[in-house]
Design a protein around this ligand. Structure first.
Ligand code: DQA
Length: 147
């Protein structure tokens, strides 16, 4: 089973960015932990991070061509703004889990809306970077191979 992990804008700064909100783990720590989780469940994981909305749309399109079976995405601030990323998921029809390090519902009102949540298989928010691992674990053990 093939899993794609996507991180959106500013998540390259994990570990140094507002550590009181997002914790001390770096994005490379997250990718290592998720790769280990995927591999021990017999799955493979590819990781992608971009600060650019269009690059994320392109990567979701590419996932279809690559035969990706499931996507774990932290869309960062694009969660709250991006119809384009929503439409990309609808366009490729690949099941995905939405992850947020922080509990977005306990923060500013503008973080309460997500353009993705109603299309996601599941949404994890507020579990810190562990949320990524739980999401990858679920995809690896519960999602179906698509081809
Ligand atoms: C975030 C929450 C978003 O509101 C914010 O813009 C982020 C990170 C999180 O992981 O908690 O960049 O997605």
């Amino acid at each position: 089973l093939s899993i794609l992990l996507i991180n959106g804008p500013n998540l390259n700064l994990l570990g140094t960015r507002e550590p009181e909100v997002y914790g001390a783990a770096t994005l490379s720590d997250v990718v290592d932990a998720c790769t280990a989780t995927a591999n021990s469940a017999g799955a493979t994981l590819t990781a992608f991070q971009s600060n650019h909305e269009g690059a994320i749309v392109d990567r979701i399109h590419q996932a279809k061509l690559d035969g990706v079976d499931g996507i774990v995405i932290n869309p960062g601030a694009y969660t709250h703004t991006s119809v384009a990323i929503r439409d990309a998921f609808l366009g490729v029809d690949i099941p995905f889990i939405e992850v947020h390090v922080s509990n977005v519902h306990a923060r500013e009102a503008f973080r309460h809306n997500s353009y993705l949540s109603d299309k996601a298989v599941a949404v994890l928010a507020g579990l810190g970077v562990k949320g990524y691992e739980y999401a990858v674990q679920h995809v690896a053990t519960s999602f179906k191979k698509r081809v």
